[in-house]
Write a protein that binds this ligand. Structure first.
Ligand code: HEC
Ligand code: HEC
Ligand code: HEC
Ligand code: HEC
Ligand code: HEC
Length: 492
């Protein structure tokens, strides 16, 4: 396989604008389509709308950056990924205006999550355009009380947090740059205030899904980190000794005096930011304490077992399983964590390289803001590095995902078998003490199967790590079933 360094693939925004202008000259000479090309080249640098730290509405930004805005809007019309909206599902399960239910396509899940909100409503993900709507409409929010902390990853909330911070004593004003001391104080104070609010109240503070302002500095257009939970999570990861060769700025920080916490906005390279901006949301999380502080469990590292060890240490359980009585944890979309274990991360290939590839329109080269499955444009996302035909690339992805799916099905079956075994032993009179070991094994097996189910690439982001995790899941579940059998309790 050959590969061009992703770092060399394009320069910063201003540089891109200059390059585009240069490209325009060539285009004029080549095609003679002078007027049209000139208009294209100038449109990115001409600032029509005055965008500031207060401009949440993406349409305003779109006046200056129409191509990026157009892609952003089209996330409402994404192509379907390979393993979702379950092929072959009967059409009677389709519900108007809703994403496909995972509980219908994967019947194990109702058993695995019994007693938890995910057994009520759990759907496939879809494009960024839907994130706020889908959160407001899920039965998990309607039937169970949820905190304002849910908003962290489902809305443009930078301005809402800062306003709440200012209302609760933070210094300065909204005109302060976000990265300034006052800006950060406003952000954190507001975030801490909104997290424990009831969801229904908190969601009134926001009106857009993630927008331009959440990923870009309005003055320089540079990528930036805007989420407090990520700032704390990545600082904890940096302070751990988990090897992160794919994040060189952390490795470098570790060699320094470590007086100031690791800060991605100051230290991360542009190529790192093309992944870290996604890692603000596409990650495992939990809400800590009654403050409902959104926390990423990276204190011991990014691997499934490292996060599990953290949860064990702090005694975190998401819920008590309704059938087996085990204290269990639910995994949520650990894309960043799994990607971190794969060969692409190791080779410096970022989330944006595959999910937001460069696109050409006439003389313009720009970032495709229709964030979606890379399989919608294998030529732009993969063939820049891989020298095979499109069908060959698709087949390789298919092999990885089919292998993952078949092992995942086995792991979930094994977890369900263990739940049933514990449930039956309990009904036949087994004591909590007798079931302790089997329940602990359910926790381990369920966490691993769920880690891969909740991760959204069906193993692609790190195929070898995925099969390791699923192998462990099956082993723990079967060990648990053996433990129950050894008790020798049976229904009379
Ligand atoms: C080398 C390319 C590559 C990189 C790098 C990569 N992904 Fe993916 N990603 C894929 C492929 C391929 C799939 C599977 C798509 C499918 O099944 O249609 C996928 C699937 C996904 C999905 C589900 C897609 C959908 O349409 O539902 C999400 C979400 C995702 N990736 C997020 C991320 C994040 C976040 C990162 C960085 C931490 C990342 N990816 C890095 C290639 C990549
Ligand atoms: C503010 C949080 C947030 C950020 C930042 C974010 N995402 Fe997402 N992403 C989401 C949510 C929430 C969804 C699911 C929306 C839904 O299902 O309604 C999603 C969905 C997706 C999907 C699935 C699209 C589909 O058609 O199914 C992909 C792919 C994806 N994101 C990739 C990325 C990449 C790559 C980045 C970084 C450039 C990124 N996301 C940044 C929150 C975020
Ligand atoms: C750390 C970021 C983050 C937080 C916090 C978060 N989400 Fe999400 N959520 C995502 C991402 C990323 C996706 C898309 C990937 C997926 O569906 O697995 C998503 C998908 C969803 C979806 C669509 C798929 C589904 O699960 O049915 C719903 C609904 C949802 N979240 C509701 C919530 C609720 C309710 C809360 C609070 C309890 C919450 N989210 C908190 C990041 C987050
Ligand atoms: C989820 C994060 C995210 C959101 C939301 C987002 N962008 Fe971007 N944007 C990116 C990434 C990643 C790049 C590539 C940056 C790089 O390579 O340095 C980018 C690049 C750009 C660039 C530089 C030129 C180019 O095309 O590469 C512009 C201009 C831009 N975005 C405008 C916008 C506008 C306008 C919006 C809102 C309509 C928006 N972005 C929303 C992540 C985002
Ligand atoms: C920026 C360059 C780059 C891009 C873009 C890229 N890859 Fe890769 N890919 C690599 C490198 C480097 C390796 C490591 C193997 C090697 O060194 O030859 C690799 C390995 C792989 C492997 C081997 C399996 C594994 O993970 O161990 C597959 C399959 C693959 N890529 C598929 C894809 C697909 C599909 C896409 C598009 C969605 C893609 N790649 C995009 C550079 C890239």
């Amino acid at each position: 396989m050959t590969r061009s360094s992703p770092r060399s693939r394009a320069a910063a925004f201003w540089l891109a604008a200059v390059v585009c202008a240069g490209g325009t000259v060539a285009a004029m000479l080549l095609y003679g389509n002078i007027a049209a090309r000139k208009a294209e080249a100038t449109s990115t640098v001409l600032r029509i709308a005055d965008i500031t730290e207060r401009t949440t509405d993406p349409a305003e930004w779109g006046k200056n950056f129409p191509r990026q805005y157009d892609g952003y809007i089209r996330t409402g019309d994404n192509e379907k990924a390979r393993f979702k909206w379950s092929e072959g599902r009967p059409p009677e399960h389709e519900e108007e205006g809703k994403a496909e239910s995972k509980l219908v396509s994967d019947p194990h899940l109702k058993t695995i999550f019994n007693g938890y909100a995910f057994a009520i409503d759990y759907r496939e993900r879809r494009g960024h355009a839907f994130m706020l709507h889908d959160q407001r409409e899920t039965e998990r929010v309607k039937q169970r009380p949820q905190p304002g902390a849910c908003l962290n990853c489902h809305a443009s909330n930078v301005v809402a947090y800062r306003e709440a911070g200012l209302a609760h004593g933070a210094p300065g004003s909204l005109t302060d740059p976000l990265e300034s001391e006052n800006g950060q104080k406003q952000l954190f104070a507001g975030w801490e205030h909104v997290n424990p609010m009831p969801y229904a109240e908190a969601t009134k503070l926001v009106s857009h899904p993630v927008t331009c302002l959440d990923c870009h500095d309005p003055k320089s257009m540079k990528l930036r980190i805007t989420r407090p939970a990520f700032m704390e999570g990545i600082a904890a990861l940096a302070a751990s000794n988990d090897p992160v060769p794919h994040l060189p700025s952390i490795e470098k920080w570790r060699k320094g005096d470590r007086r100031a916490a690791y800060n991605a906005n100051e230290l991360a390279s542009r190529q790192e930011m093309r992944s870290l901006s996604c890692a603000q949301c596409h990650v495992e999380y939990y809400f800590k304490g009654k403050e409902k502080r959104l926390t990423f469990p990276w204190h011991k590292g990014l691997k499934a077992e490292a996060m599990e060890a953290y949860y064990d240490e702090v005694g975190w359980n998401d819920w008590k399983h309704a059938d087996s009585g085990a204290d269990v944890i639910k995994a949520q979309h650990p894309e960043f964590e799994l990607w971190s274990q794969g060969v692409h991360a190791r080779s410096g290939v970022s989330c944006a390289d595959c999910h937001m590839p460069y696109k050409r329109e006439g003389a313009m080269k720009f970032t495709d803001h229709q964030v979606q499955t890379p399989m919608a444009h294998v030529n732009l996302s993969c063939q820049t590095c891989h020298n095979y035909t499109e069908s060959e690339i698709k087949e390789r992805v298919d092999i990885i995902q089919s292998r993952t799916k078949s092992q995942l099905d086995r792991a979930e079956q094994a977890v369900v078998d263990l739940i049933r075994a514990i449930q039956e032993a309990k009904a036949a009179g087994a004591t909590d003490e007798q079931l302790k070991q089997a329940r602990a094994l359910q926790r381990k097996a369920q966490w691993r199967a769920d880690f891969i189910n909740a991760e959204n690439s069906m193993g692609f982001h790190a195929p070898a790590e995925t099969l390791k995790i699923l192998g462990e899941s099956i082993d723990y579940a079967r060990q648990g079933t053996t433990e129950v059998a050894k008790l020798g309790v049976h229904k009379k």
